[in-house]
Design a protein around this ligand. Structure first.
Ligand SMILES: [Zn+2]
Ligand SMILES: [Zn+2]
Length: 352
């Protein structure tokens, strides 16, 4: 074991503060990564405040962070994918059983024994796993991803969660040339969805409640912007969409969007509203429409997404902050006051 610097929260009401944690020495299959940037995902905030206590109660202290980019410093003797000096990324998962049907099909994110990057049982050291608000991390090479060297690293970090969360469902539902794709909610997830849908060659429409977002949506790659509060404008698009990605976590009416889907159109949820959503069955039956959800992506698909980003030079739009501003960033995140993701420059942790 070795010690590494980190930021942790001691309780659901404590701010994140400087601390020291233990990491394991790399085993034969492990890579040790010096973390350069870590994105701030809304899930980090939920976990720190124990807001998902019913599903996954937080064990304190918690070190959040699952949008990790860094440089490999050490590899185990059996590691094939990496050598010291390589760039590497880690997303939401650090382990799974590797033997169940989900793992065999490349869907590690649905493995019943999947281990999250933070707040999951740590089979090596006991206790729980610690995430990316830290100097370094040690992971099985299968869960470390290669990072195209042309990408801006601060902007590449959020690809590991926000990127693959939006890439995966759009690939699954065939967003591409000749397809009309809608994105609901222009935040950390939504802005990545717009970039991907545009790069896939689809016609992209962004739904927003605020006219002020129009210019930015167009800059990100949208072909049109639809004001969702304007019933007349919405009605013009009835039965016309092939796919809509809904990235809104606040309560909202999804029937308004189901109505816009054409025959066999699909609406996929990637946001997590805390209350159940009402669905009018009529809106699904007419047009044989689908309503579905999606969660991140498997490791192979996450690598495919990073390679795609390398080829098309896609990264998240980030505001880079030092770790010392992380509590301020959480407060701003609650007000959606960020375009569109915070990325922590981990060099700032060295001065703690
Ligand atoms: Zn996340
Ligand atoms: Zn499995």
């Amino acid at each position: 074991m070795y010690k590494t610097k980190a930021y942790s929260a001691a309780s659901n009401t404590s701010p994140l503060a400087s601390t020291t944690i233990q990491r394991r020495e790399p085993t034969d299959r492990d890579v040790q990564i010096e973390i350069l940037f870590c994105g701030i995902c809304h899930s980090d905030l939920h976990a720190v405040r124990n807001e998902w206590s019913g599903v996954m109660p937080t064990v304190y202290p918690i070190v959040p962070g699952h949008e990790i980019v860094g440089r490999v410093t050490k590899v185990g003797s059996a590691v094939k994918k990496f050598k010291p000096g390589d760039l590497a990324a880690v997303g939401c998962m650090v382990d799974s059983d590797g033997t169940c049907p989900q793992c065999k099909d490349g869907f590690e994110q649905f493995c019943p024994n999947m281990i999250l990057t933070y707040n999951s049982p740590d089979k090596h050291l006991g206790g729980v796993t610690y995430g990316g608000y830290s100097d370094s991390i040690v992971v099985d090479e299968h869960f470390a991803l290669r990072v195209p060297p042309n990408l801006n690293l601060a902007g590449a970090a959020p690809l590991c969660c926000a990127g693959v969360t939006t890439y995966s469902p759009m690939r699954h539902w065939g967003a591409g040339p000749g397809k009309k794709v809608g994105v609901v909610g222009l935040g950390g997830l939504g802005h990545m969805a717009v970039k991907f849908a545009h790069a896939f060659g689809a016609h992209v429409a962004v739904f927003t409640t605020s006219p002020s977002k129009k210019e930015d949506a167009l800059r990100l790659g949208a072909d049109e912007v639809i004001l969702s509060r304007d019933a007349n404008e919405m009605q013009k698009h009835n039965n016309s969409f092939d796919f809509i990605l809904d990235a809104v976590s606040a309560e909202h009416d999804i029937n308004a969007y189901l109505n816009l889907l054409g025959r066999d159109g699909a609406l996929t949820l990637v946001g997590l509203p805390s209350k159940p959503l009402g669905v009018a069955a009529f809106n699904l039956i007419m047009g044989r429409r689908s309503l579905s959800g999606s969660a991140i992506g498997g490791i192979a698909e996450t690598q495919e997404m990073l390679d795609f980003c390398g080829k098309h030079n896609i990264t998240a739009d980030v505001e880079v902050i030092p770790i010392q501003k992380v509590n301020e960033a959480y407060a701003r995140l609650l007000k959606s006051d960020v375009k569109y993701r915070f990325s922590i420059d981990m060099a700032s942790l060295k001065s703690e």
